[in-house]
Ligand binder design. Sequence first.
Ligand code: SF4
Length: 282
Amino acid sequence: MTRMKISVARSAGFCFGVKRALAIAFETAKSPAPVCMLGDIVHNEEVVRQITGAGIKKIKRLGNGRNKALLIRAHGASMDIFKKARSLGYRIVDATCPMVKEIHKTAKEMERKGYTVIILGDKKHDEVQGIIGQLKKKAFVVESAGDISQKIKKIKKCAVIAQSTQNLDKVLGIVDILSRHIRELRFFNTICRPTRLKQDEIKRMPLANDVMIVIGSKTSANTKRLYEISKSLNKRSYWVRSKADLRKAWFKRAETVGVTAGASTPDETTSDIVQYIASFSS
Ligand code: SF4
């Protein structure tokens, strides 16, 4: 086999917000008081194992919080959760990503100025729920053009914001449709920088490499999205969870290999896989 050139995406793996939240989580876990978290920190079995191993307990709902810490994940949470947690006695450790905080600030400010807030994102996603939960009035959530109801079309002034991980092309398409119905529309491109870089790289790398390897858990929605885009641009795209999934035959006559990883994939998994691929051509 010829020596292959392996390029790893700059945006592979954890984004800045998740890295920061994990660092806060491990630091908080050092304290003697029990630490809990509503839901998983990221959709990755290995990371969840590490977090649980450090002593952080995943809970479904808030209970008695006396002498306990509650960790708020990178996606943020609604004001109600903060209020309820405080009233139950939890000490809150807020690991909300600063870029999500910025979205909260924009949404609140625009609501104060009399704009109806429209969020472009996944209705059930924690980040979207967290944004809705910052506002006094009802915000509208639009996942696709089909969600643009008559009620939305009748809005006079709206502020449109996007969930930080949305696809830019899709968002711009929806904004375009909305602007045909709503006279005063202010759009804030709140897709975060790490997501933009990820989207940009996944459009370029599959075209520039013979083979593309996308790494991530099968439960990770953003890994799935990366894989689907990659596959549509390069048939030789493969989705793996660990090096055990790799097949030497995939790299036959390949000179260049591109590697990327979902936002919840640890760097160790990626470097493990890169080393293994390199061993095929040595
Ligand atoms: S806003 Fe961007 S950087 Fe922050 S947690 Fe979300 S995806 Fe990561």
